[in-house]
Design a protein around this ligand. Structure first.
Ligand code: NAG
Ligand code: NAG
Ligand code: NAG
Ligand code: NAG
Length: 599
């Protein structure tokens, strides 16, 4: 982190043209005056009577630390600086100014209306931020501290290097900002590979800078159980190693670190499918088919969509006792009212290995897998719901929309939609479910990296059998089930409310970009998540359209190219998106010269 900061500070301003900031996500409303940037007088002091548990003062310390250490020089400005005919500037960015306003900025005044509002779903995150020409202070007003935190991450992108040793802020500026959607997340899988606590904090840092507010933490999967559970200390025998375990202290640390940045942490225990590790240590009978061959090569017998197989035994009574204890214990650790209880990808053949289930089918030959799924819903959901009256559950949409769906799933369970894009979003919202959009064709972050399963003869092919037709290795998706790779433009351009009625649109709570980690660990987790998640962040904060309703992907280009450099400078190892030439020569790398090509 220190190294990247030092290198960034070495960047110098090479020209005297007026700087132009371009915060991401673009605020909902921003207006600039023309009197020129204002100098910052030494250290900006925080001035507030409305802190909550020191959240604002801690956040301001971090913000000021970043501002003063980086002395940020915008890496990609919207102003055209290349030699070809300039394009019209599509977003409101500050006009070029050469003169300086005289009154230096001394303080940041923050006024919060309601200091008691807890960080829970739907909390008011709005803020206003004003810097007036003759004032020596920034004025931030917010309904809650969580909104004020967002004001800080905007402000820190507005205060930049003056080209020498000092700092300036572009002003006068007036910002009125609030999110389009209350649920803006990334999903991190720590079951396929372990992700260390510092790396998780690095993701939270990127989320806070881009105003994402939910870390959906897919804690475990069938491959490993990395979470310490007091009730069943034996579960972590299925962690990858004793060092790859989240202790109780780790969980509290991550929750606190996130909360200090306005981010909720919603745990997921994936049940009844994607379960083997951990559970099987408590009682082998909890898990059906754990020792079966996954049988991709004999598909009618397959017991899992990827190795290793395992599903909680839905008919075995003790399953519910253990599930209750694990769920209640984790519910006590995570303060969020919401909990994700999985529900995806039930594989029927797995249950052929359970005598409890096969007997249950034999008792009544009319029973189907839909009935079995319903049995799970009827027995497990009351346990989950019972935890508290504020409890809200999230499940993957499969429980409602798959070949093994249950008949009747309570309408107050939030559905996370990952299949068939707009079609499933439309179906679920029409039926009255609140939906979190995670469509794999648009926002899965892991797609396009080929397959991970080994001994795969499909790669051992020397020519395309039919040159006119894409095949596995030639023009095809190369073993990634959801290939190709989703670029930031694919994510940003996703109109997930297209063709929905107003009533359906109201059921969209927001979106989450999932990262499944079969091929990801600490080494690449940040570059897989960033900066693409910043495209999602703006999509769900202020949208992908300008005031005229036109897609603003082209103005987002400079914003996200700058933001990628900014993430790296702030210690988040985001991937490069373009040759640096492209960010230094705005729009020189566009596919179309026509700036309205995307609409
Ligand atoms: C598993 O059991 C079901 C229900 O008895 C049966 O229909 C199915 O064919 C079995 N699967 C296999 C691969 O034998
Ligand atoms: C499971 O629990 C139910 C209800 O408590 C009971 O009727 C049933 O006999 C139990 N089954 C077994 C196999 O213990
Ligand atoms: C949703 O999809 C299911 C399964 O394909 C179908 O039966 C149902 O009619 C659809 N409902 C709506 C409202 O589109
Ligand atoms: C949306 O609706 C329009 C008009 O009915 C239709 O032409 C288009 O195919 C729809 N788009 C999608 C993705 O369903």
């Amino acid at each position: 982190m220190q190294i990247s900061r030092i290198c960034t500070v070495l960047v110098t301003v090479t020209s005297t043209i007026a700087v132009s900031v371009n915060p991401l996500p673009a605020p909902r409303e921003i207006s600039w005056g023309a009197s020129g940037p204002k100098p910052i007088a030494g250290q900006l002091a925080l001035n507030t009577q409305t802190d909550k548990d020191g959240i604002l003062s801690d956040a301001w310390d971090r913000t000021w630390d970043s501002i003063s250490n980086l002395k940020w020089v915008p890496a990609a400005t919207e102003a055209p600086i290349s030699s070809f005919e300039p394009f019209p500037t599509p977003t409101p960015s500050p006009p070029k100014k050469t003169k300086r306003a005289s009154t230096p900025l001394q303080s940041v005044h923050v006024q919060v209306q309601n200091t008691e509002a807890d960080l829970q779903h739907g909390v008011d995150e709005s803020y206003t931020l004003d810097v007036e020409e003759n004032s020596d202070s920034v004025t931030i007003k917010a309904e809650t501290v969580w909104g004020a935190l967002h004001a800080f991450t905007t402000l820190q992108q507005l205060i930049i290097s003056d080209g020498q040793d000092g700092l300036i802020i572009e002003q006068p500026v007036s910002i009125k900002d609030s999110p389009l959607y209350p649920y803006r997340g990334i999903m991190l899988d720590t079951g396929r590979n372990f992700i260390s606590v510092p790396k998780i904090c690095e993701q939270l840092q990127g989320m806070s800078l881009s105003k994402l507010n939910v870390l959906h933490w897919h804690l475990d999967d069938s491959q490993s159980w990395p979470v310490w559970i007091d009730a069943y200390p034996e579960m972590v025998k299925d962690a990858y190693s004793p060092r790859e375990v989240y202790t109780r202290r780790d969980l509290h640390h991550i929750v606190d670190f996130a909360r200090a940045r306005g981010i909720r942490v919603i745990p997921e225990i994936d049940m009844p499918s994607h379960s083997s590790s951990g559970w099987k240590q408590v009682d082998p009978d909890l898990i059906a088919c754990k020792d079966s061959w996954w049988s991709n090569d004999d598909w009618p017998h397959h017991t899992a969509v990827e190795p290793n197989p395992g599903q909680l035994d839905i008919i075995y009574n003790k399953t519910y006792e253990v599930v209750r204890n694990v769920y209640n214990e984790l519910s006590d650790v995570f303060p969020d009212h919401w909990f994700h209880v999985g529900g995806d990808e039930i594989q029927p053949n797995c249950f052929n290995f359970s005598t409890h289930v096969t007997n249950w089918f034999a008792e009544d030959p009319s029973r189907t897998y839909h009935d079995l799924s319903q049995y799970w819903v009827d027995h497990a959901v009351p346990i989950f719901q019972q935890y508290s009256k504020e409890r809200r559950l999230i499940m993957w949409e499969d429980v409602v929309l798959s070949a093994e769906n249950a008949h009747d799933v309570p309408k107050n369970i939030v559905m996370q939609s990952w299949n068939n894009g707009l079609q499933y979003i439309s179906n679920l919202t029409a039926r009255g479910y609140d939906v979190i959009v995670s469509s794999s064709d648009f926002i899965y972050l892991d797609c396009g990296h080929g397959g991970f399963v080994t001994n795969d003869p499909r790669y051992n092919v020397m020519s395309n059998p039919d040159p006119n037709t894409p095949s596995f290795n030639y023009g095809g998706i190369g073993g990634s089930w959801c290939g190709p790779y989703k670029t930031w433009q694919r994510i940003y351009d996703f109109d997930f409310t297209l063709n929905l009625t107003e009533a359906q649109t109201k059921h969209i709570l927001g979106a989450t970009a999932p990262l499944w980690t079969e091929q990801v660990d600490d080494v690449t987790v940040s570059s897989m998540i960033w900066p693409r998640s910043a495209a999602l962040a703006e999509l769900v904060w202020s949208g992908n359209r300008d005031a005229d309703g036109h897609k603003r992907t082209t103005s987002m280009t400079q914003r996200i190219l700058n933001f990628r450099e900014y993430l790296v400078a702030n210690g988040v190892q985001a991937q490069a998106l373009v040759p640096k030439y492209c960010l230094q020569h705005p729009h020189a790398c566009d596919l179309y010269r026509d700036q309205t090509a995307i609409h």
